[in-house]
Design a protein around this ligand. Structure first.
Ligand code: 8YV
Length: 326
């Protein structure tokens, strides 16, 4: 009997051939509507593998009755939607998609930094709305990026790729991370410092750390107070690292200058979200890894993580192989 695989979102069929060959596959039919929790739970009761997204919470409730489940393959590098400890205790492999999205996400992070500093969305609307009737010396004047100090919180793969881009802009690079990173320091010239020092010295504070119990809301009122009042905050990791009402206050009261946000505590956000309304915020809809090339690569890697795990082989990337003794 073929294994049963559930895919939680509509994915281009041509990328799934290998999966269809080895498994019975059921795919949630919507591209833009997440699978309801009751259906996800029902599917997990039967599935050998699930192809999931970060918008699918997979915790104690969803894993309460999953007797056949051998692999949860997240189409994302992040896996904070999954209770990895519980999955591990049940012998379930948790796959993810690192590396293939690193440069794409770093490009977007840097683009968001530039867009926020140079007010590009505002400037584009200005022309589209036919407001450009005359020139004035400080029309849409922004803030320089080159030769300024960038502080990267979370020097993982994407942090390092952002640091490389910052080097190209002749920026002074600071970073804070759980551990020191030799490549970042020796090859790119990034300087390690404490979180507090980074907040104090940076013109651009860039959040690229994963969401864990330790990083939850580390960007709060106290952190914003320590930043320069000219600082711009960029978040391309997870909204959960930020206390959003503290950020709103800091942006409203001139505690910091601006923010570029690709991620939010509870997504999707709508136009009535308080941060979207602020003139000094550039908000975009979690598109860090959203290029066709990278999405295709993420799908292929997720498929491989499932196929290999179901064949009893090593997946390309999984977060709990050591703990599982695989
Ligand atoms: C995904 C992401 O696009 O990889 C991650 O962790 O946040 C994004 O790249 C998105 O979460 C789809 O699962």
């Amino acid at each position: 009997m073929k294994p049963y695989v559930f895919i939680t979102r509509k994915i281009p069929e041509q990328l799934l051939t290998e999966l269809y060959e080895m498994a019975e596959v059921k795919m949630w039919e919507h591209e833009d509507v997440p699978v309801p929790n009751n259906i996800l739970k029902e599917e997990l009761e039967r599935a050998d593998a699930v192809f999931s997204l970060v918008s699918d919470p997979i915790g104690s409730e969803q894993l309460s009755n999953c007797p056949n489940l051998k692999v949860i393959a997240n189409m994302a590098v992040g896996y904070d939607n999954i209770d990895v400890r519980l999955a591990t205790s049940k012998g379930i492999v948790v796959g993810h998609t690192p590396d293939v999205l690193t440069d794409t996400t770093a490009d977007l992070t840097f683009a968001l930094l530039l867009a926020t500093a140079r007010r590009i969305p505002e400037a584009a609307s200005y022309v589209k709305n036919d407001e450009w009737s005359q020139w004035s010396p400080y029309l849409l004047a922004g803030t320089d990026v080159h030769h300024k100090t960038i502080g990267i919180v979370g020097m993982g793969r994407i942090g390092e790729a952002v640091a490389r881009r910052a080097k190209g802009f002749d920026m002074n690079i600071l970073y804070h991370n759980r551990s020191r990173k030799a490549v970042a320091e020796q090859e790119i010239g990034a300087q390690y410092c404490t979180f507090e020092e980074l907040l104090k010295q940076s013109d651009y504070v860039v959040c690229l750390a994963p969401l864990t119990p330790e990083t939850k809301e580390i960007f709060n009122a106290k952190a914003f107070q320590q930043m320069k009042d000219s600082a711009i905050f960029i978040n391309a990791s997870r909204g959960g690292l930020v206390n959003e009402s503290d950020l709103e206050e800091a942006l409203k009261n001139g505690v910091i200058k601006g923010a570029g946000l690709d991620v939010f505590a509870k997504e999707p956000i709508r136009v009535n979200h308080p941060l979207v309304q602020l003139p000094n915020v550039v908000a975009i809809p979690h598109i860090g890894s959203a290029t066709v090339e990278t999405r295709d690569a993420m799908v292929k890697m997720t498929v491989q993580n499932i196929v290999r795990s179901l064949k009893g082989e090593q997946p390309i990337a999984a977060v709990n192989l050591k703990e599982l003794g695989v």
